[in-house]
Design a protein around this ligand. Sequence first.
Ligand SMILES: *Cc1c(COP(=O)(O)O)cnc(C)c1O
Length: 227
Amino acid sequence: MATAASPTTTISGLAAVRAEIVRACRDAGREVAEVELVAVSKTFPAEAIEPVIAAGQRVFGENRVQEAKTKWPPLLEKYSGIALHLIGPLQSNKAKEAVALFDAIHSVDRRSLCEALAKEISKQGRQPLLFAEINTGAEPQKAGVLPQDADAFLTACRDSYGLTMSGLMCIPPLDQAPGPHFALTAKIAQRNGLKLLSMGMSADFGVAISLGATHVRIGSAIFGGRT
Ligand SMILES: *Cc1c(COP(=O)(O)O)cnc(C)c1O
């Protein structure tokens, strides 16, 4: 796990991110309440997370089921009102654990996973918010549905698997301006009647908010660098 920054650093990082969200919303003529901050705590230990919880943050993002499963249950017992979001790739054989632990899954990207999720959602009677991940840059190493396949995939989510999809997620290519990727994701969401947009990370969440992000996933700007 990454080394924890001092609580003071983490708290000022959180405050700076919140202030930046307020400013980005004001610039975009949006309500601050429309944008959920998902504090990405992946690789950081519980000691690094607790000061952030104490500062009032309640929504956290993790990218691995296994890590979340060992780290979060004691924290969930100790603090109320916490929501966990899975932002990393999900293997179908972990769908059961993911549905049990997470309140949102941002990485729905293939039919086999839809099938596994649908089964667990009905079995467990739990309904996490579901986002389809779009590979807007068509990067071969990256997960996600290709933009040209997105409409058919979303139709299949609904009609073939009975899933209620709430939104889309994207991770723009590192070496490109993120704006066009966010705009494309927003356009696909709009034509499919999806309201939520998970886009924007530490480096680009202001741009994402200007293009309609409802969930910004922010790690290093709060917790510091990951090693
Ligand atoms: C790690 C991660 C983030 C957070 O990235 P930062 O640049 O540290 O803010 C956001 N989204 C996903 C999918 C991630 O894996």
